[in-house]
Design a protein around this ligand. Structure first.
Ligand code: F6P
Length: 546
């Protein structure tokens, strides 16, 4: 059997055993698990690359956890991992290798794709990125009127936006404060309109970030920005105010950007796995090349752990397997990511693309339809803000939600008492999500009898606590790599291709057809369904009445 052949996990003996256990333990609560084994924190905690992961509040016994390891073995997760790391084309529908790990490999590591060593190329691009970022940060790179750059606008969408936008916020404390980065992604003209309103063309540098350089939203926004710039400074200014990040040199040149100012990457980097490639140019300009190197080092440290750690100590492996347990055996459809760090405010959005575009699939790698659930819905907001919004439902709603609570121990701004307050909230929530409050406990507090039922908290929400000392570039890299590899493990067990995204293509094509109808003021296209005809007519009449 080849590494990429898809195994139906439901045909594995471990799957059946897991189903049996699920049935037998269907009334076992997280409280029960702790009562029968108070040593769970020691037994369900792993640490790697500076990330401490406490899985003790997951609703799972040791026996079930051991069976998950058997499931990983029977679905050949680690063979697929090795195939990925060695550059086999495991993205079968696009016939591509999946080598985001090569983006953070040391220069002397040999990784070969189609007979070509790729780490050299990766490091050449990093060196060029470093030179540009040094020049912008030092003021050596000047705009067409001789002024230094104060604002950098990354124009991109999906993986060409979410990673850089997340990382910029996460590492704000490390940024060069004289330069502000902006992230222009939405084709909604108000996104470009609002961002550019406050900027000065003379001091603005645009990074057009698009793997394909054909994405409608990005190219439309890039044209908008060029028009804005040229209207103020003339055509000749484009060379000093636009650089590109892409795999598509001919399109970059066609747009008018000097390919000298293009930073390349490769088709073996998926969009949602690209934040540490040249797509991270805005991140590097913001935090500098040395901090960017630290970010790569954090990624690499988690990669090395994922590659080498034995299964029982392998953090991404266990995290991925617990996600399988929650999704397929406890049948929990959604995971809330709850970072107790304002710096991680875009982390849930970043993880949405990473997990949902990767594992929102319904056929296995061989095209056969799955008969089990795949990727969970991922969402979230930073604590403590979320507590005053949707946590009510997490605690007392009828649906079950798995939760990842992310805790950062050291504040970047001192005020330790305030940091203690933040962390106390994180830990309190993790505890209450898992253990809840029983009728007896609420009554014992002296609560009026008629209110007791309203105050009971069922608890029993599977909750992971991830804790790091400090949110520095290294730790951010390790954290992202942890989730990347956990997503990989889930996809590998499900037998799906986590690296393509065919589901987003049809919508793009249909939108182009509708655009023609909107621009020719007609809904008479015979291909349109009646609902579309009605909505187009309504839109055209409302638009006309502006
Ligand atoms: O529409 C989905 C997608 O292809 C993502 O996978 C990708 O991150 C995004 O679009 C942007 O693509 P590009 O970098 O080619 O503009």
């Amino acid at each position: 059997m080849t590494n990429v052949e898809a195994i139906d996990p439901t045909r594995c003996t471990a799957w059946d055993s897991l189903l049996e256990i699920t049935e037998k333990s269907s009334t076992t609560t997280i409280r029960d698990l702790f009562t029968s084994n108070p040593n769970r924190p020691a037994e369900f905690t792993l640490e790697a690359a500076g990330i401490y992961a406490d899985f003790s509040r997951q609703r799972i016994s040791q026996q079930a956890r051991d069976l998950l390891y058997s499931l990983a073995e029977q679905t050949r997760v680690l063979s697929l991992r090795d195939a990925m790391l060695e550059g086999e084309p495991i993205n079968t529908t696009e016939d591509r290798a999946v080598l985001h790990t090569a983006l953070r490999a040391p220069a002397d590591q040999s990784i070969v794709v189609d007979g070509v060593g790729i780490t050299d190329e990766v490091h050449q691009v990093l060196t060029r990125m470093g030179a540009l970022s040094d020049a912008v940060r030092s003021g050596k790179w000047i705009g067409s009127t001789g002024k230094r750059i104060t604002d950098v606008v990354n124009i991109g969408i999906g993986g060409s936006d979410l990673g850089p936008a997340m990382a910029y916020r996460a590492l704000k404390d490390y940024r060069e404060r004289s330069i502000t980065c902006h992230f222009l992604s939405n084709v909604d003209p108000s996104d470009a309109g609002e961002i550019l309103f406050d900027l000065n063309p003379e001091t603005t540098l645009f990074i057009v970030a698009s793997k394909t350089f054909t994405t409608l939203e990005t190219m439309t926004n890039a044209e908008y920005a060029r028009h804005w710039l040229v209207s103020a400074l003339g055509d000749h200014a484009v060379a000093r105010h636009f650089v590109a990040v892409s795999t598509n040199a001919p399109e970059v040149a066609k747009f008018g950007i000097d390919v000298e100012n293009m930073f390349g990457f490769w088709d073996w980097v998926g969009g949602r796995y690209s934040m540490e490639s040249a797509i991270g140019l805005s991140t590097m300009v913001a935090i500098g090349k040395d901090n960017f190197r630290e970010l790569l080092q954090g990624f690499r440290s988690m990669d090395e752990h994922f590659k080498a750690a034995p299964p029982a100590e392998n953090l991404p492996l266990l995290m991925g397997l617990l996600a399988i347990w929650n999704r397929n055996f406890l049948e929990i459809p959604t995971t809330a990511v709850l970072p107790y760090s304002q710096y991680l405010s875009r982390f849930p959005a970043y993880l949405q693309q990473l997990t949902m575009e990767s594992n929102g699939k319904r056929v296995r790698r061989d095209g056969t339809e799955v008969t089990y659930d795949t990727g969970a819905i991922v969402w979230g907001e930073p604590g403590t803000n979320g507590q005053h919004s949707f946590y009510q439902m997490l605690h007392q709603g009828t649906g079950d939600v798995a939760c990842d609570v992310i805790v950062v121990a050291q504040s970047a701004h001192g005020h330790e008492n305030q940091q203690d307050m933040l962390v106390a909230n994180a830990l309190a929530q993790a505890s209450v999500l898992a253990f809840g409050r029983t009728t007896e406990e609420i009554s014992a507090d002296g609560t009026r009898p008629e209110l007791v039922a309203h105050k009971v908290m069922p608890g029993n929400r599977p909750t992971t606590v991830l804790m790091v000392q400090k949110l520095d570039p290294f730790t951010l890299g390790a954290l992202v790599a942890l989730y990347e590899h956990s997503v990989f493990v889930q996809g590998a067990v499900w037998g799906i291709n986590s690296f393509d995204q065919w589901g987003v293509e049809l919508g793009k094509k249909v939108a182009l057809g509708i655009l023609t109808d909107l621009q020719t003021n007609t809904s008479q296209d015979s291909q349109l369904d009646p609902a579309l005809v009605a909505d187009i007519d309504k839109y055209l009449s409302l638009k006309g009445s502006n």
